[in-house]
Design a protein around this ligand. Sequence first.
Ligand code: WQD
Length: 340
Amino acid sequence: MDKILVTGGLGFIGSHTVVELQEAGFEVVIIDDLSNSSENVLDGITAITGKTPIFEKIDLKEKQLVEDFFKRHNDLKGVIHFAASKAVGESVEKPLLYYENNISTLVYILKELKNLPEASFIFSSSCTVYGQADKMPITENAPVKPAESPYGNTKQIGEEIIKDICKITPNLKAIALRYFNPVGAHKSIEIGELPIGVPQNLVPFITQTAAGIREQLSVFGDDYPTPDGTCIRDYIHVVDLAKAHVIALQRLLNGANKDNYETFNLGTGKGSSVLEVVNSFEKVSGEKLNYKIVGRREGDVISAYADTKKAKEELGWQTELTLDDAMLSAWNWEKKVRGV
Ligand code: WQD
């Protein structure tokens, strides 16, 4: 049974990926510093798969702790690296926290992977690297544009670091997965998104408003050049996203990669506006959502949705779940968390 390290494995996408890894027969070790997650996510994972992953609470910014970890687990076959700070707005206020947390930790892990006989590395990247792409849908060859935030910059720099290391390290191969907008929850509602504080992202804000935690959803602008005036994004169900990580890892473990550094967009290929997401929520939940149109949010791109051809042809992966599936699972999860 191949042993895989999942950093940030108690987070939203990380926990869903741990479930899919276990169900694919991998042994999973999680490192998480619990800065943006909670240890009882382990119970949710166990409730779904019947197996409790090994968990070590480690701050990856502590270089010595990272070295010690790899000494204890020198039989690792691969790493899926989620651990990072990911709030766009916060990154503008605290850039050094983002550069330290997102870049130094990546470097320490890559240093250890270089010493393994064979290493497969999956990097959590983001469509943010494209900024406002000129052409829709966005392909992997779309130019990487100057980042709109330190968070987006850490993803661009991270990809460059990995590319440079892979060029000179024959035993290391890597895939960067550029997520569009991950939403929803596992159908069991044993795991889901647990935003801390006021949610920055659209879908948790919608479900918290419907649950009465938030007063009203503010829709940031309806004067964009789009059919209904609100911004367009590619909302991908987190379970589809998690499955793509397992497939990408298996591609590397099986030596099916065509280069030892590859990138793939992970999206549905379909753009949905903010109001279409609200309508989907109201349809599947039967709830009327309290929202108002306000001014634009600084840094928002008008439209971003994925060209999914490369992932389909090379990974043999495509999404199976719809926006409605995602909204219903997000709502069921919210109700469970709030005990409603
Ligand atoms: C989506 C749309 C908002 C909240 C960010 C990161 C990206 C990734 C996903 C990490 C936009 C609108 C939102 C609200 C609103 N994160 N909105 N009212 O900004 O596309 O992507 O999160 O990888 O890297 O950039 O996601 O959910 O914040 O916004 O109207 O209260 O919803 O204006 O059009 P975004 P989002």
